[in-house]
Ligand binder design. Structure first.
Ligand code: NDP
Ligand code: A1CAB
Length: 280
């Protein structure tokens, strides 16, 4: 479905690069049908062009009529200016996809031409290695073909889940922001490993392999996380001591609050922008 389509990223930062890497490595479509654009950072465009062999240009140079799918990948604070700059150049035969946290399809539809199909997506930076957990939810004017196209595109950056838009905030709290929690955990594992006499690099590798193994166990076995945890935990053993410390230091609550905090921030971004739009 996508072989003959052209995709343009509006925004060429970390998230766009992670997706571009996944798309290019999957060989889903010819490289010259993938375009990265930004506001002005030529050096960044050069870097993307050299690294991935795709087209890259400032947004002002983009031929909008040649593009089938636009992927909005700027920061949420920049959405209004971005939508304003594209609204007279897009039409309902083109699909607008947004990866922005907290920006609803309705918010974008209001600022785009009538009947404009808009899809909201939440990937994560593991797209770089085709290991993202990515959600899709759809706007009012999206057809089944658009959903199929997006599933095909996003499958090349990892696993894809179609969800209701009202679930996007909590999905973002778990999967969009989630890699950072695990990196934070790994930073602490690494420090603890070093303090215990391990070489820094070795501590890092051991931590990463342990998390990878645990994730694979979760994905490939029937057991729940609690059951898997019990299988590691011998009575009065080392794990019991580690888990006891984790509980005593509020480990469980900390994780719950991290997810809730990120989801709440996603909600806040939506409501702050909605208010601005109403008062304009
Ligand atoms: N990073 C992550 O892990 C994830 C991020 N996201 C979402 O992805 C989006 C981008 O995040 P991230 O990649 O980290 O951000 P970055 O700051 O790395 O990149 C933002 C990009 O947007 C460009 N840009 C800003 N305004 C415009 C405009 N009007 N027209 C064209 N390009 C524009 C910037 O161009 P220039 O440099 O020229 O100014 C820059 O290339 C965010 O909305 C975030 O919510 C979603 C999931 C995960
Ligand atoms: O921190 C953020 O707002 C973005 C969205 C999800 C991950 N990074």
């Amino acid at each position: 479905m996508l072989k003959n389509k052209t995709i343009a990223f509006i925004g060429a930062g970390s998230m766009a690069e992670a997706m571009i890497s996944g798309i290019v490595h999957s060989e889903l479509m010819p490289k010259d049908q993938v375009i990265a654009t930004n506001r002005s950072n030529e050096e960044r465009l050069e870097e993307i062009r050299n690294k991935y062999g795709i087209k890259a240009m400032p947004k002002d140079k983009l031929e909008f009529e040649d593009v089938d799918i636009f992927i909005l990948a700027m920061k949420p604070k920049d959405i209004d200016i971005a939508l304003d700059s594209i609204k007279d150049k897009v039409n309902e035969n083109q699909l607008i996809v947004s990866v922005l946290a907290g920006i609803s399809t309705e918010y974008m539809e209001k600022q785009l031409p009538e009947n404009q199909p808009v899809v909201r997506v939440m990937p994560n930076t593991s797209s770089m290695l085709q290991e993202s957990a990515t959600a899709i939810s759809t706007g009012k004017y999206v057809a089944m073909d658009h959903v199929l196209e997006m599933k095909e595109l996003l499958a090349c950056i990892g696993e894809v889940y179609v969800i209701d838009e009202e679930q996007m905030d909590i999905f973002t709290g778990i999967a969009g922001s989630g890699p950072a929690y695990f990196y934070y955990l790994m930073e602490h594992m690494e420090k603890a490993g070093q303090a215990g006499g391990l070489d820094k690099e070795l501590a890092r590798k051991i931590g990463a392999q342990t998390i990878l193994g645990a994730a694979k166990m979760m994905l490939e076995q029937e057991d729940t996380p609690a059951e898997l945890r019990k299988k590691v935990t011998s009575p009065n053993g080392t794990t019991a001591a580690g888990l006891e410390a984790l509980k005593n230091f509020g480990g469980g609550e900390a994780i719950t609050e991290a997810v809730k905090g990120a989801a709440k921030r996603s909600e806040e971004i939506s409501s702050q922008l909605e208010k601005q739009l109403v008062t304009q």
